[in-house]
Design a protein around this ligand. Structure first.
Ligand SMILES: NC(=O)c1ccc[n+]([C@@H]2O[C@H](COP(=O)([O-])OP(=O)(O)OC[C@H]3O[C@@H](n4cnc5c(N)ncnc54)[C@H](O)[C@@H]3O)[C@@H](O)[C@H]2O)c1
Length: 296
């Protein structure tokens, strides 16, 4: 496999394109928005410069990575002749179904179609195509050039040789693949999101304050970041939407989102991206400062 396409040039798409290009693949990075493509290339060059400064890569690798990247706003042109597509467009089920229907039309029947979705059923996405056996989840973690894990998700119909090929490919990218089956939240979010929800419930019930909850988990469990800070980083709207997928898909009350999380999202307090969450990020400098709402 030598030529791949990445659909969506946002947070995840630029990272995925970066690791493929750095490992010698020709990458067609596709987005509907030219500004997103321009921003992605800027981000990749900035991240390559950081890797260079830390002596993780050489100047030659930086130059070959940049040379391996090609951008497209037209999907049909961008996916022509590729052997693998990794879709990392906005997390919206209708959009992804449409993209996969189009990919099915514009790629050769043997092309593997992977999705980086965090929460949408791989089996459902696969059913939108005429080749469900060739559809698979390839769930990278943010930031992609740094995080080692790739959660590989088998849809109900994914063919074993497709799983084997994607596993092999992940190893070539220097990642550690873990193969899981397609149930709501897969493994990463099925375990992470209830933990984050439980931390929010502990805050809501007055068990402890924001800093205490995060410090217990950081120092007591050796987590690099407390669950409330991590929720702010992921985006509280994203956490809420994944909890809803777990709650709807598994039908158990233990996955019900905490009312405090629902209120915060309704109020537009979404974490880092909105400047306010459990911590405040506007004008807060480098130190973590608990939001006024949660000061004890
Ligand atoms: N952000 C994370 O931490 C994270 C982690 C793991 C997985 N994911 C998943 O990765 C995917 C992308 O997330 P993101 O955070 O990078 O989103 P993002 O909003 O940063 O980027 C999405 C990009 O998709 C583009 N796009 C929208 N419709 C398109 C189309 N029809 N064709 C091509 N491009 C299109 C948008 O212009 C945008 O640039 C989602 O499925 C998300 O669930 C995100």
């Amino acid at each position: 496999m030598q030529k791949v396409a990445v659909i969506g040039a946002g947070t995840m798409g630029n990272g995925i394109a970066h690791v493929f290009a750095q490992n010698g693949f020709t990458v067609h990075l596709i987005d509907v928005a030219q500004p997103a493509l321009d921003k992605a290339l800027d981000t990749i060059v900035r991240n390559l410069n950081r890797q260079l400064a830390k002596e993780i890569i050489t100047e030659d690798v930086k130059q070959s990575t940049i040379a391996n990247l090609h951008t497209f706003t037209d999907m049909a042109a961008g996916v022509k002749g590729v052997e693998l597509v990794v879709e990392a467009a906005t997390e919206n089920v209708d959009l992804k179904l449409r993209i996969f229907r189009d990919l099915d039309q514009h790629t050769a029947p043997g092309t593997i179609l992977a999705t980086n979705t965090s929460s949408i059923s791989i089996t459902k996405i696969a059913a939108a195509t005429s080749r469900p056996g060739k559809v698979i989840g390839m769930h990278f973690m943010n930031p992609v050039p740094v995080m080692k894990l790739v959660e590989i998700i088998n849809g109900y119909a994914t063919e074993p040789d497709v799983t084997a090929a994607v596993r092999e490919l992940s190893l070539k990218l220097g990642k550690v693949p873990c193969i899981v089956n397609d149930y709501p939240g897969f493994v990463a979010n099925r375990i992470l999101m209830p933990m984050i929800n439980e931390a929010i419930i502990a805050l809501y019930e007055g068990v402890a304050g924001v800093e205490s909850i995060d410090t217990v988990m950081k120092l007591g469990m050796a987590h690099p970041m407390g669950p409330l800070q991590l929720a702010d980083f992921i985006g509280l709207d994203v956490c809420l939407s994944i909890l809803r997928v777990l709650h709807d898909g598994l039908g158990q009350p233990k996955y019900a989102p905490c009312p405090l999380l629902v209120n915060m999202v309704t109020a537009g307090h979404l974490g880092v991206k909105s400047g306010k969450g459990f911590y405040k990020y506007e004008g807060a400098g480098k130190d973590l400062v608990v939001s006024d709402r949660f000061r004890q």
